[in-house]
Design a protein around this ligand. Structure first.
Ligand SMILES: Nc1ncnc2c1ncn2[C@@H]1O[C@H](COP(=O)(O)OP(=O)(O)O)[C@@H](O)[C@H]1O
Ligand SMILES: [Mg+2]
Length: 280
């Protein structure tokens, strides 16, 4: 889906203030887990992030919502240091990710659990080995301890006893849950979910949302869920950032966003056809 340029009342001005978040970051009382500071990122002539200012709070489930192709996955890749900004900074727990050297980045990555769209399982390994993989790669733990952790996480996501299955024997929902179990084995402080609801039917999406909430309640940490699905947002989001055209239109506690007066936010969160978001 493409979007129309917003209407501009004064032709000279770059954009109206209400259309985009002005960039000031609200004081939430405690330091945020993740901050984007005036991030620009282009691929050739495609200017994807256009001065993105976004902060994601500690210990909450945050959602980044936006139409397809707005740069949501690009944001996740900046957080884990798979992409670097052309300018601006991405700060995780006070540390500038683009400034880290390779060895430091390798260390810092241990604090992230990432759930990619399709679960990103290794097709040649059974589920159990997939879930154990980060522990074998990143820790010196023995197989007994690894076994305990893997079994616990597999049970937690409802896959206890399924460890011998190969990824291609599983439904999409099971693959996502396996990816979720794998993202948790290193006890991450930050868990990033890229469209966990894509390709799932509404019932399985609802179940996965419940699972994310339960596991967050138990483990805490900063969870960031990227989605274009408003129902998922209603179910799990405590904090919402609406991304459009490479910037935040509005962000804040979920209940405030669902009561927003901003025409784009209203249209997007209600799924109405009338508003600044167009078809072409
Ligand atoms: N590695 C890349 N090289 C070139 N273009 C990219 C790359 N990654 C993303 N893009 C482009 O950036 C834009 C945003 O992509 P993405 O973040 O995947 O959107 P979404 O919000 O749907 O996750 C798209 O136009 C996409 O084609
Ligand atoms: Mg994406």
């Amino acid at each position: 889906m493409a979007v129309h340029e917003p209407q501009r009342s004064s032709p000279g001005s770059e954009e109206q203030e209400f259309e985009f978040h002005t960039g000031e970051i609200r004081a939430s009382g405690e330091p945020d887990a993740i901050e984007f500071v005036d991030v620009h990122k282009s691929f050739g002539r495609n200017h994807v992030l256009r001065g993105l200012n976004m902060s994601l709070p500690e210990n909450k489930i945050s959602m980044i919502l936006g139409p397809s192709g707005t740069g949501k996955s690009v944001c996740i890749k900046h957080i884990v240091g798979l992409l670097y900004p052309d300018s601006g900074d991405v700060i995780v727990h006070g540390e500038s990710i683009p400034s880290l050297r390779d060895a430091e980045l390798f260390e810092t990555r241990k604090k992230f659990g990432v759930l990619f769209q399709d679960g990103a399982l290794f097709g040649s390994m059974n589920l159990w080995d997939n879930v154990a993989f980060p522990l074998r790669q990143h820790t010196e733990k023995g197989e007994d301890e690894i076994g305990e952790i893997v079994n616990r996480r597999m049970r937690e996501v409802g896959l206890g006893g399924e460890g011998a299955k190969m990824p291609n024997e599983l439904s999409g929902g099971m693959r996502k849950r396996a990816g979720f179990a794998r993202s948790l084995v290193l006890d991450p402080e930050i868990v990033l979910f890229d469209e966990p609801d894509s390709g799932l039917d509404p019932v399985r999406t609802a179940l996965l949302c419940e699972l994310i909430k339960e596991i967050h309640a138990e483990n805490g940490g900063c969870y960031v869920v990227i989605t274009h699905d408003i129902m998922s947002a209603r179910r799990v989001a405590e904090h919402i950032s609406v991304l459009w055209k490479g910037k935040i239109v509005e962000s804040g506690p979920a209940e405030e966003l669902f009561a927003s007066e901003n025409p784009f936010v209203r249209q997007f969160l209600s799924g109405e056809s009338a508003g600044p978001l167009g078809m072409e």
